[in-house]
Design a binder for this molecule. Structure first.
Ligand code: UTP
Length: 293
C-alpha cells in the first residue's frame, strides 16, 4: 500500500465502562479511571497521549456512575475564576489544559460490562468506516515519546492494524495477551497470531500486548459475533486474531515502559515512577523512598 492510500487515524476509543473490582471499595462510586497518578487521573494521562498523537475525536465508552469522567474534561468557570482572582496562573494553566476541545468528546454507553471486545463494539457507530485507536486508560505508557505517537508513525508507513508490545518475564506470560511472530528480534514485527492468557509453558513468545491498538473498522464485523473467550468475556484479542489473515497486522516494540495501573501494585509503582520524574516533587519522592529501604 502506498503512503498516499493510508487513511489517517483521527479517532480514539477509551473504554471506561468496567467495574474496577480490583480497587474496591475505592471504586464503589468513583470510576477507576479517575484514580490519580501523580497530579492527574488515569483518563487524563491517556487523553494527553492521544492528543500528542494527533487524535481529533475522543470517544468514551462509559457505563453507570461514570459521569465524573466527562465532567473532568469540561469547562469549570467557578474554579477558573477563583484561581484567576488568586493569581494561581500555573494551576489555571493545568486546569485549562485538561479541557476537551469543543465538540470533540463523544459518549456512548456499554450497558453491561461484557468484556473489552464488547465495549469497543459499542463505539462502532461513532467510529464509522475508518481506522481508529484504542487506549486502555488503566495502562500508562511512559517513554520519550507518547506510545500512540510512536504507533501512528509506524502506521503512516505500514497502514493496517498495529499493536504495541512489551517483553514480560517468561513465568508471567499466562497473565497477558501474547504475540506469536516469525521475526521476534525486529522492532516492527509481523503478527502471526495472538493468544489470550496462554497456559503456563505454552506461550509463543514473551511479548505481551499492552493496551494500545490501531485497528481497521473490519474489526467490528468480528466483534459483532459476540463470541465469548477467556473469563467468559467478549475479548478484543479474539476478534483481532481473526483480522490477521486478511489484513496487514504489525506489532511495535514500545520504546518505554508500561504501568498496569489497574492493579494495586502497578498503581503504586506508577505513582512512584511519575512522581520521580516530576520536576516539582521528584527529589522529594527520591528522599522519601530512602526511608523505606
Ligand atoms: P479491565 O479488565 O482492566 O477493567 O479493563 P475492569 O474490568 O474495570 O477491572 P477489574 O478487573 O474489575 O479490576 C480495561 C479497560 O477496559 C474497560 C475498563 O473500564 C478498563 O478501563 N472495560 C472493561 C470496559 O469498558 N468494559 C468491559 O466490559 C470491560
Amino acid at each position: 500500500m502506498s503512503s498516499k492510500e493510508i487513511c489517517p487515524v483521527r479517532k480514539a476509543v477509551f473504554p471506561v465502562a468496567g467495574l474496577g473490582t480490583r480497587f474496591l471499595p475505592a471504586t464503589k462510586v468513583m470510576p477507576k479511571e479517575m484514580l490519580p497518578i501523580n497530579d492527574r487521573p488515569l483518563i487524563q494521562h491517556v487523553f494527553e497521549e492521544a492528543r500528542e498523537a494527533g487524535i481529533e475525536d475522543f470517544i468514551f465508552v462509559t457505563g453507570r456512575q461514570k459521569e465524573m469522567l466527562e465532567e473532568h474534561f469540561d469547562y469549570q468557570p467557578e474554579l477558573e475564576k477563583t484561581l484567576e482572582s488568586r493569581n494561581k496562573t500555573d494551576m489555571l494553566k493545568k486546569v485549562r489544559d485538561s479541557e476537551m476541545p469543543a465538540g470533540r468528546l463523544f459518549l456512548t454507553r456499554q450497558p453491561r460490562p461484557l468484556g473489552l471486545g464488547h465495549a469497543i463494539w459499542c463505539a462502532a457507530k461513532l467510529v464509522g468506516n475508518e481506522p481508529f485507536a484504542v487506549l486502555l486508560p488503566d495502562v500508562l505508557m511512559k517513554g520519550p515519546e507518547a506510545c500512540l505517537k510512536q504507533m501512528t508513525d509506524v502506521y503512516n508507513k505500514t497502514g493496517g492494524n498495529i499493536i504495541a508490545v512489551e517483553e514480560v518475564p517468561d513465568e508471567e506470560t499466562y497473565k497477558y495477551g501474547i504475540l506469536d511472530t516469525d521475526n521476534p528480534d525486529d522492532e516492527i514485527m509481523k503478527v502471526k497470531n495472538l493468544v489470550e492468557k496462554p497456559e503456563p509453558g505454552t506461550a509463543p513468545s514473551n511479548m505481551s500486548v499492552v493496551g494500545r491498538y490501531i485497528l481497521q473498522p473490519e474489526i467490528f464485523k468480528h466483534l459483532s459475533a459476540f463470541e465469548t473467550g477467556a473469563g467468559g468475556e467478549i475479548q478484543l484479542t479474539d476478534a483481532m486474531a481473526k483480522l490477521i489473515d486478511g489484513e496487514s497486522f504489525h506489532a511495535m516494540r514500545f520504546n518505554g515502559k508500561s504501568y498496569d495501573s489497574g492493579s494495586r501494585l502497578g498503581f503504586i509503582e506508577a505513582n512512584i515512577a511519575y512522581g520521580l520524574s516530576d520536576p516539582e516533587i521528584g527529589e522529594g519522592v527520591k528522599e522519601l523512598l530512602k526511608q523505606y529501604k
